[in-house]
Design a protein around this ligand. Structure first.
Ligand SMILES: C[S@@+](CC[C@H](N)C(=O)[O-])C[C@H]1O[C@@H](n2cnc3c(N)ncnc32)[C@H](O)[C@@H]1O
Length: 363
């Protein structure tokens, strides 16, 4: 049955599912917060010992240890295979039970999305001829059907990320923080805002509260996500637009926006797509406009601890994160500068893992 919501968070259809997913949350916490520090500590020690013993060549000054050597040495540490199995298993448990649960109430949910679409069609922009590129259709993070191919993908993503954030984003707290920290143009003029890779529109609706007079758009490649985003916005009484489109070809005019926000999109696209998205954002921002970006760390392979590189590599291979290694290795700042942006560090988020950048289009 539909057990309603707690604030803006949907409840799973059965209490047993909610309890199970609470358990998965604590299992995730055990893997990431308790086991990973041990992985990092013992893995780094094993790597240092292997270098001292000469079984791994010491890297040249300023050069990182090769990833293959990190993989090999970390896997000699007893806790590592356990960590790897725990991370993968909690992910499988989380998606399977979340989807099974919301499948019980699927007709009602699909009807709610249809009702929202019928009540405010002018704010939901879906082109029936839109072609979803193959690279965006992988089952990223092991979500069944990925972002694009499951009609229930929005609610499944919503509750799956509730588990991922371990309850810290139940009322969109993180997305409210994103909206609060978005960097505004120096002249303060904010008439139109674009949130790219907006998923289920949590930041898009938070932006509405901060900028009551602005025209606000969330854009995403995935129809299931933006249909759910639109339903949430309508039910919350928030007037925002959602559009299914590629961030690399938005269909908006030159200089159409004062601000663009991007939260953890770039590490999920290919390098050619990254470059195309950067060029497109430069085009759709007006002179003086700002592009606020929160992303994985990158371009600092030499400085990143081996344990971080181990984790990103693990995630790319075992959590269907196929594009992040290339993103992490890329010169993202350089690409932004080459496109014409003036790039600076942006305001930090409470999630200190992420880098924060502001790319300004010269006035
Ligand atoms: C990690 S999620 C982003 C999270 C989201 N910004 C938030 O506030 O929670 C990545 C999103 O980017 C979307 N996406 C991936 N490639 C895209 C592209 N080329 N154009 C537009 N959206 C894309 C995915 O469908 C997904 O919703």
């Amino acid at each position: 049955m539909d057990r309603g919501q707690i604030g803006v968070l949907p409840r799973p259809s059965r209490l047993a599912d909610e309890s199970y997913l609470e358990f998965v949350t604590s299992f995730r916490n055990l893997a990431i917060r308790q086991l990973f520090p041990l992985v990092a500590q013992h893995g780094e020690t094993a790597l240092a010992s292997a270098i001292t013993a000469g079984s791994i060549a010491a890297p040249a000054p300023g050069k990182p240890v090769p990833l293959a050597a990190i993989r090999r040495q970390f896997r000699t540490v007893a806790v590592v295979p356990t960590f790897e199995r725990f991370v993968r298993t909690q992910q499988e448990m989380m998606w399977r039970r979340t989807r099974e649960s919301f499948l019980q109430t699927a007709p009602g949910l699909l009807a709610r999305m249809d009702a929202a679409a019928a009540s405010h069609p002018e704010r939901l922009h879906i082109d029936p001829d839109f072609h979803v590129p193959a690279y965006t259709r992988c089952e990223i993070h092991c979500q069944p059907g990925g972002y694009t191919d499951d009609p229930l993908g929005g609610i499944v993503f919503h509750y799956g990320t509730k588990v991922f954030y371990e309850g810290s984003n139940d009322q969109d707290e993180l997305h409210i923080e994103l909206a609060d920290r978005m960097t505004l143009p120096a002249d303060g003029r904010v008439a139109r805002i674009l949130d790219i890779g907006c998923s289920i529109g949590q930041a898009t609706t938070a932006l509405r509260d901060n900028h009551p007079d602005a025209d606000i758009w969330g854009l995403d490649v995935a129809e299931p996500l933006i249909r759910y985003a639109h339903m949430r916005a309508v039910e919350q009484g928030k007037t925002v637009h959602f559009k299914q489109a590629l961030a690399e070809a938005t269909g908006f005019g030159d200089g159409a926006f004062d601000c663009v926000l991007s939260y953890i999109l770039f590490h999920e696209v290919t390098v050619p797509a990254m470059q195309a998205i950067i060029a497109e954002m430069f085009r759709v921002l007006r002179p003086g406009g700002t592009f606020s970006i929160y992303e994985f760390p990158n371009n600092d392979q030499d400085q990143l601890p081996a344990s971080n590189r181990f984790l990103i590599d693990y995630d790319s291979r075992n959590n269907c994160e196929p594009y992040s290694p290339a993103f992490v290795a890329s010169d993202f700042r350089g690409m932004l500068s080459a496109a014409g942006f003036v790039v600076e560090d942006g305001p930090a988020l409470s999630n200190a893992f992420l880098q924060s950048l502001v790319a300004r289009k010269p006035a």
